[in-house]
Design a protein around this ligand. Structure first.
Ligand SMILES: [Zn+2]
Length: 101
């Protein structure tokens, strides 16, 4: 198998795992976290760049799986530079993301 194929399969797995993680977060957070951790491990092992959507779902500090409205809070900043503020409700870490306009 060449590298392209491995990456493709890894991406598919990651997508499936994240979908499962998102589905389970309300029912079984532990299970959800384990799916998410697995997805992250695959991405790291294959050394693929995590899809944008996936990066947003992990706290930069505690590395836990965080979903807006469930265990993270998303607020639109009202400063000169348009940004969103994401608060991890696990460790209370706040990070900003600048929205390109
Ligand atoms: Zn955190």
């Amino acid at each position: 198998m060449n590298k392209k194929n491995i990456e493709r399969i890894a991406n598919e797995r990651i997508e499936i795992l994240l979908e499962s993680a998102l589905r389970e977060i309300k029912n079984d957070e532990k299970l959800s976290q384990s799916y998410a951790i697995l997805a992250r491990k695959i991405a790291m092992r294959i050394r693929i760049r995590m899809p944008y959507m996936m990066k947003q779902l992990f706290c930069r500090k505690c590395k836990q799986f965080i979903v807006p409205g469930i265990n993270s809070r998303v607020r639109i900043g009202r400063t000169r530079v348009k940004c969103i503020r994401i608060t991890c409700m696990k460790c209370n870490h706040v990070y900003r993301k600048i929205i390109e306009s």
